[in-house]
Design a binder for this molecule. Sequence first.
Ligand code: TMP
Length: 215
Amino acid sequence: MSGQFITFEGGEGAGKTTVLKAVADQLEKLGYQVITTREPGGIEIAEKIRNIILNPVYTDMDARTEALLYAAARRQHLVERVVPALDDDQVVLCDRFIDSSLAYQGYARGLGIDEVYQMNQFAIGNKMPDLTLFFDIAPEEGLKRISLNNKREKNRLDLEQLSFHQSVYDAYMLLLERFRDRIVSIDASPKLEIVVEHSLDVILQCIDKNAFGQK
Ligand code: TMP
């Protein structure tokens, strides 16, 4: 397997989805074969699970149930979409992956980062991303951005208070420390072009390093 598995992470309103699309276009122009996808979702079964997890009606969903559903969606998406693309030497840009579960369910919901990590290992085996970009924006700023974006879907996690989103942010800070060889922080506050340029630089460096490593 020699494709590149690159994940995009961050709190609400960090702009990662927009940056992901712009980076994909640039990589394609440079001649790379790229697929863009997202979690939870990306394929039919996982999109169905997404509709359950994020449905604002299910406010009484238990935290462990939520964590298990994310992991189930992750497993199916990984085997059905990500691994075949990597086997085909493609660059996979995925909007969220395991770090979201560690931050949201492990830390912010209080299930424990290590517990959620272990449970996810059953779902993903040892398939971790080659690179993860963390889009760094203060939670207040991110929430302000999404409140101005009418087109964005409103999901169950949008019902959470600022303190929840602050705790998600704190969790990502811990993950940056813990996985410092894999996660790179990108300042998401400048204008889009600058964030895209920085992200592309980091991705190209990773692709070059891995290509060199394989020789
Ligand atoms: P999105 O808004 O980036 O599409 O993500 C959907 C929501 O799901 C977002 O609030 C983060 C949350 N989420 C988790 O809580 N755990 C996870 O493992 C994933 C993938 C997403």
